[in-house]
Write a protein that binds this ligand. Structure first.
Ligand code: 5AD
Ligand code: SF4
Length: 362
């Protein structure tokens, strides 16, 4: 059998190689982390790019079994941030020197929602002198919608596959037209066709999930040739159907460890993509985001949703809700990033190098 030390030096990885890496413990696990840090230093460098996150609306037409803001959760107070407040947040993001923002929301497909996002994109660009890179994370939409939003100035899109294994996907979602695996996969291809930098990702440490599923996920992201990845631990929420399986969950420690290994292994596999250190990681342990940066991540998405809405965007429980003012938070974050030998990449979009390379070669 191959050792972990041998596997990490390969250029291509089989499913069984990946399962072996995911199972690594102790010194072997450290070898994976070291290799990922080495790959990152060579292909990415020590800059961490920040994207100011605005959770635009928690209204959603879907009923994903794991998510706190699912349609069926009547306890949620539904909100949509006013355009003026989004624009104000965008200006502040620019002022902080972040270079990029992410607009995220529950999935809505109504014509008025589509129009509102288009208008908002145009307005943000106009009022920030076209300086910000804008990422959208608004679920599955038609090709026409994706094109309109692209033309209005969104150049990146995040759409997690959540789990690339169909059988597990349907343990996390109702098996109906609104939650079709095939439509979600198709949406990822449509985003690429329209011209976006495409991001995807999965949840880690789900009930019923095995290392076999996670190895599938790594291969899925590689085969899709994604430009960006956001993946983090699953965190239970008591007002969701998946909560009944909480006794099947790996411990918090195990979920964190698996998440860090997923980041590190993906960095070894996909050397020049952007990988986010997610908020869910930070929720499970205060310094886990920085650890993810050490083992391969290069993007952090500080939450700049206007304070009054933050408590209503609970995808999962105990989500870190930053109560400090944004600038104090920013200073702390900068210190934490510097303490691990990294620097913030100010006033730059921090686009995926992978995307630039692909387009140069086409
Ligand atoms: N735990 C962790 N991540 C979650 N998401 C939704 N619910 C949860 C949860 N309970 C993630 C999904 C989604 C993203 C916006 O948030 O992966 O794509
Ligand atoms: Fe809606 Fe996204 Fe939550 Fe699913 S994960 S219920 S699509 S907000």
């Amino acid at each position: 059998m191959k050792t972990v030390a041998e596997i990490i030096e390969q250029n291509a990885f089989s499913h069984s190689d990946l399962v072996a890496l995911l199972a690594a413990e102790g010194n072997d696990r450290q070898l994976i982390y070291n290799k990922a840090a080495e790959v990152k230093a060579k292909y990415i460098g020590n800059k961490v790019y920040l994207r100011g996150l605005v959770e635009y609306s928690n209204k959603c037409r879907k009923n994903c079994y794991y998510c706190g803001i699912r349609l069926g959760n009547a306890k949620v107070n539904r909100y949509t941030v006013d355009d003026d407040e989004v624009v104000q947040a965008a200006k502040y993001i620019k002022q902080l020197g972040y270079g990029s923002m992410v607009l995220q929301s529950g999935e809505l497909m109504t014509p008025s929602f589509v129009d509102a996002i288009e208008r908002l994109l145009l307005r943000i660009h106009a009022e920030t002198e076209n300086t910000l890179g804008i990422t959208l994370s608004m679920g599955e939409q038609t090709e026409e919608t994706y094109s309109r939003w692209f033309n209005a100035g969104a150049k990146r899109y995040l759409l997690r596959i959540e789990s690339s294994t169909k059988e597990l996907y349907y343990k996390l979602h109702p098996d109906d037209d609104t939650h079709s695996y095939d439509i979600r996969l198709q949406a990822l291809h449509t985003l690429r066709k329209v011209g976006y930098q495409v991001g995807s990702g999965v949840m880690i440490g789900l009930p019923f999930q095995t290392l076999d599923h996670l190895a599938n996920d790594l291969l899925f992201l590689q085969n899709l040739d994604v430009d960006m990845v956001g993946m983090g631990p699953y965190i239970e929420h008591s007002d969701t159907p998946l909560y009944q399986y909480r006794h099947l969950l790996p411990s918090v420690e195990k979920r964190l460890e698996l998440s860090l290994k997923m980041v590190a292994i993906l960095r070894i596999m996909m050397k020049d993509i952007n990988i986010a250190a997610t908020t869910a990681l930070q929720t499970l342990r205060a310094d886990a985001r920085e650890q993810a940066v050490v083992v391969g991540a290069n993007i952090i998405m500080p939450n700049l949703t206007p304070q009054s809405f933050r408590e209503q965007y609970f995808l999962y429980q105990n989500k870190t809700v930053v109560k400090d003012d944004a600038f104090a938070y920013h200073e702390q974050l900068e210190q934490a990033i510097n303490a691990i030998g990294c620097e913030i990449g100010y006033n730059a979009h921090g686009d995926s190098r992978h995307y630039a390379e692909r387009n140069m070669n086409n």
